[in-house]
Design a protein around this ligand. Structure first.
Ligand code: NDP
Length: 500
C-alpha cells in the first residue's frame, strides 16, 4: 500500500483502475498523496449488480458462523497492516498520526472483531401465539439484500468498519461509498476483504462525488437499504431520493452536543474531558461536545483554565508523533468554519480565546486554530448549528433545571456529557436529555457493544451494538400450524362450510 500511488474502485473482486483520475493532496501539508479513480454512474451500477449477484448466489447461503470467521480474518489482515492504515488515514484526513495509531485504526480493528465474536445476534427466535395454542411461530431476522453505505470524510476507516462489518454479519452484501475527499482506507479495506476470502461483490467500494456515486446508490432499485452518515442537509436529500423505491434508510447526522459541567464536578477531570470532547480530531466528529454549558459559579475559572490547557496543546505537522492539533480535512470545511465564526463574531459573539498556530503548522496545510467563543444570545447560528471544527461555544447556567432546558433547546440530539461528583444527579439529568448517547464524567469513548445514533434531526436508526446489527435485517414471521386442525372455526367471521 505505501508504494501504491493509484487507487481504483473495488468492484466484483477486482481493483478497477479505469476511469477519471483525481489527484489527492494531504490536508496536513498540501503534498500529493496519489491518484484516485472516481467511479462513473455506469461503474456504480456494475458494482450494485455485482453485489446483488453475490448476495443471491453466495452470501445468502453462507452461514453466520462462516461470515463471522471471514470477519475475524479481515480483522487479522488489517491488524497486520495497521501502521500502513494509520499512515494513510492521517495523510488523507490530516488527523494526527497519534490519533490514527491510537484510536481510529485499533478501534476499527477491535470493532471488526466485536462483530466477528459477538453472540447476541440470533438469526431467528421462536414464539408462541397465545390466541392459537396449537401453533408456533418463528421470527427470522433476514438480511435486507444489498446495502448502500454512504460515508463522510472525518473518520473514514471507522466509518467504513461501522457500515460494513454489521451489515455483512447480518447477511447483506454492501456497496460502500467513502467520501471523495478521504477514500483511501476504505478502498484498502475493500482489497483486504478480498484477501481475507470474502466472495467477490460481498463488499464493493466505489468512490467519487456524492452527486454521482451517492445519488446512484440512493436511487437504485436493486439496493434495499441505505446507511448514511453526514450532514443533515444531505441526509434529507438521501432520504428523499431513497423514497422512490421505498428503501429503508438509516441516518447518522449532525449534532450540537452539550457538555454540561456542574460546579460540584472534579474540575481537573472535567477540564480534560471538555478539551477531549471538542478538540479531538479538531472538532470534526459528529458527537463533539461543541456547546460547553458551565454552571455560573465556576465559569470564569473553568474557561481560564481551559484556555491554558489549549495553549499547551502542540501544533505542528500532524504526521509528527508529538503533535496534538489535527488539520481540517478539506478546504470546503475550513471555509465553512471560518465563515461561521466570522459571522458569529460580527453578529455579537465574543472571542474568549484563540490559539496562535499559523506560524507553526505546515504552510501548505489546512488548519483552524482552537477557539472559544461565547454569547448571551442563544439564537445565534454559531450557537445553534454544527460548525464541525475546533470552536467551543460557552453558555452559563444557574441550576439543573436551566441546564436541561438549554441543553435540549436544539434541533439536534446526538450526544451529551454531564460532569458532576453527584452520580445520582448526573443520571437524573442524563435521563432527561434528548440525545442518543450521554456520557457521565466521560466523553467520546465508543464501544462496539453500545448503539449510537441521534434523537431529533441528528438521525434515524442506530449504528453498533445489537440494535445496530438488527438495523441491517428485516423481520420475517413464519406461522406453523402443528396440529393440522382449524384454529378458528369461524375464520375471523368467514364461515367455511364442511365438505364440498
Ligand atoms: P455531506 O453530508 O455532504 O457528505 C456525506 C457523504 O454524502 C459523502 O460521501 C458525500 O459525498 C455524500 N453525498 C453528498 N451529496 C450526496 C447526494 N446528493 N446523494 C448521496 N450522497 C451524497 O457532508 P460534507 O462533506 O458536505 O460536510 C458538510 C457538513 O456535514 C460538515 O460541515 C459537518 O457539519 C457535517 N458532517 C457530519 C458528519 C457526521 O458524522 N455526522 C460527518 C461529516 C460531515 P462527497 O462528499 O464525496 O461528494
Amino acid at each position: 500500500m505505501a508504494n501504491s500511488k493509484k487507487w481504483g474502485n473495488i468492484i466484483g473482486g477486482k481493483e478497477d483502475l479505469e476511469g477519471d483520475n483525481h489527484i489527492l493532496t494531504s490536508p496536513a501539508d498540501g503534498s500529493e498523496i496519489g491518484e484516485v479513480v472516481y467511479a462513473s454512474k455506469a461503474k456504480v451500477e456494475t458494482a450494485i449488480d455485482s453485489s446483488a449477484a453475490a448476495f443471491e448466489n453466495k452470501w445468502l447461503h453462507t452461514s453466520l458462523r462462516d461470515r463471522k470467521s471471514l470477519l475475524q480474518k479481515l480483522a487479522h489482515r488489517v491488524m497486520e497492516r495497521s501502521d500502513e492504515y494509520a499512515n494513510l488515514e492521517s495523510l488523507n484526513t490530516g488527523k494526527t498520526i497519534r490519533q490514527s495509531m491510537l484510536m481510529d485504526i485499533p478501534l476499527g480493528i477491535e470493532h471488526i472483531r466485536y462483530f466477528a465474536e459477538e453472540n447476541e445476534f440470533r438469526e431467528s427466535r421462536k414464539i408462541s401465539h397465545p390466541e392459537y395454542p396449537d401453533t408456533t411461530g418463528e421470527i427470522q431476522f433476514a438480511p435486507m439484500g444489498v446495502v448502500g453505505a454512504i460515508a463522510p470524510w472525518n473518520v473514514p476507516f471507522l466509518m467504513a468498519v461501522w457500515k460494513t462489518a454489521p451489515a455483512l454479519l447480518a447477511g447483506n452484501t454492501v456497496v460502500l461509498k467513502p467520501s471523495h475527499f478521504t477514500p483511501l482506507t476504505a478502498l484498502e479495506l475493500g482489497k483486504d476483504a478480498l484477501y481475507a476470502g470474502f466472495p467477490p461483490g460481498a463488499l464493493n467500494v466505489v468512490t467519487g462525488s456524492g452527486d454521482v456515486v451517492g445519488d446512484t446508490i440512493a436511487k437504485s432499485r436493486k439496493i434495499s437499504m441505505v446507511s448514511f452518515t453526514g450532514s443533515t442537509t444531505t441526509g434529507k436529500r438521501v432520504m428523499s431520493a431513497a423514497s422512490a423505491s421505498v428503501k429503508k434508510v438509516t441516518l447518522e447526522l449532525g449534532g450540537k452536543s452539550p457538555n454540561i459541567v456542574f460546579a460540584d464536578c472534579d474540575i481537573d477531570h472535567a477540564l480534560k474531558g471538555v478539551l477531549f470532547g471538542l478538540y479531538l480530531n479538531s472538532g470534526q466528529l459528529c458527537e463533539s461536545g461543541s456547546r460547553l454549558l458551565v454552571q455560573s459559579s465556576i465559569k470564569e475559572e473553568f474557561v481560564s483554565r481551559l484556555s491554558k490547557l489549549l495553549e499547551a496543546m502542540k501544533a505542528g505537522n500532524p504526521m509528527d508523533m508529538t503533535t496534538d492539533v489535527s488539520a481540517i480535512s478539506n478546504r470546503k470545511q475550513l471555509d465553512k468554519i471560518t465563515t461561521m465564526v466570522n459571522e458569529g463574531i460580527a453578529g455579537g459573539a465574543t472571542l474568549l480565546y484563540r490559539k496562535e498556530i499559523q506560524a507553526i503548522v505546515p504552510s501548505g496545510g489546512l488548519y483552524y486554530p482552537p477557539t472559544i467563543i461565547s454569547s448571551p444570545n442563544l439564537g445565534l447560528e454559531i450557537l445553534q448549528e454544527e460548525i464541525f471544527g475546533p470552536v467551543l461555544s460557552v453558555v452559563e447556567f444557574r441550576d439543573e433545571k436551566e441546564a436541561i432546558e438549554i441543553a435540549n433547546k436544539s434541533d439536534y440530539g446526538l450526544a451529551a456529557g454531564v460532569w458532576s461528583k453527584d452520580i445520582e444527579k448526573a443520571k437524573r439529568v442524563a435521563s432527561t436529555l434528548m440525545a442518543g448517547t450521554i456520557w457521565i464524567n466521560e466523553y467520546h469513548l465508543l464501544s462496539a457493544a453500545a448503539p449510537r445514533g441521534g434523537f431529533k434531526q441528528s438521525g434515524v436508526g442506530r449504528e453498533l451494538g445489537l440494535e445496530g446489527i438488527l438495523e441491517y435485517t428485516q423481520t420475517r414471521h413464519i406461522f406453523v400450524n402443528k396440529g393440522f386442525n382449524d384454529q378458528d372455526t369461524v375464520a375471523y367471521g368467514l364461515v367455511i362450510a364442511e365438505g364440498e
